[in-house]
Write a protein that binds this ligand. Structure first.
Ligand SMILES: [Ca+2]
Ligand SMILES: [Ca+2]
Length: 218
């Protein structure tokens, strides 16, 4: 009977430790230089007039930190972009929760167009497919203020590309400018059954302690 108890506890400890181990290895994918705090575009690729700035048009300041990306759409929308490939290779442990995984970013748009309006003036593409866009809403200078873009993947992915575009549509004047900050991988925690790392870490030593007591008694 004591031997059976010992085996049960040992099995529990092994399961517990392996879960903790998997959690530690299953690092979440991260966007490189996500807040542009490197002060440059390291980790990103771009085309057209794209840079990292400390302040922008209409006295726009970074959403967070000291820097943000500026996409000055001096050309057509499709020719001016900021892009990054995000690898999901270390996402294994979270695979069952992939539908709750997504990408988010903060954007602030300055749209000074007159008819014909830039439609769109700004867009976000995932793997080449436009999933979000904003058009110049009216004559004169329109500033959106910092807004949040979020996209949840409808099915599991192992890697993806995110590209932000800004520029003219149908004309070459009154170019829109997009400011981007705080790009991040996001998780819908409400639907995630992933165990709390803190409680799992506490469970392992607790079982080890119990195992020690059992060994002393026998
Ligand atoms: Ca920043
Ligand atoms: Ca325009």
């Amino acid at each position: 009977m004591k031997k059976l108890l010992w085996i049960t506890f040992a099995a529990a400890v092994i399961i517990s430790l392996s879960t903790v181990s998997s959690f530690a290895m299953g690092e979440r994918p991260t966007v490189q230089n996500a807040g542009f705090e490197a002060g440059n575009l390291s980790g990103w690729t771009s085309a057209g007039n794209v840079s990292v700035v400390e302040s922008g048009a209409q006295e726009i300041m970074p959403y967070a930190g000291n820097y943000m990306a500026q996409i000055y759409g001096s050309s057509y929308t499709n020719n001016t972009w900021l892009s990054q490939d995000v690898s999901m290779q270390e996402y294994g442990f979270f695979a069952p929760d992939m539908p709750a995984f997504g990408i988010s970013a903060r954007y602030n748009l300055v749209m000074p167009d007159y008819p014909p309006y830039d439609n769109p003036a700004f867009k976000v593409a995932i793997n080449g497919n436009t999933v979000f866009s904003v058009s110049d809403p009216s004559s004169g200078i329109d500033v959106t203020g910092w807004q949040e873009f979020t996209y949840f993947f409808p099915e599991p992915v192992t890697a993806f590309n995110v590209t932000f575009y800004a520029g003219n549509t149908g004309d070459t004047i009154s170019s829109p400018t997009a400011y981007i900050d705080n790009v991040a991988c996001v998780y819908n925690e409400d639907t995630s059954p992933v165990p709390e790392p803190a409680s799992m870490l506490l469970l392992g030593p607790a079982l080890l302690g119990l195992l020690g007591l059992k060994k002393k008694k026998s």
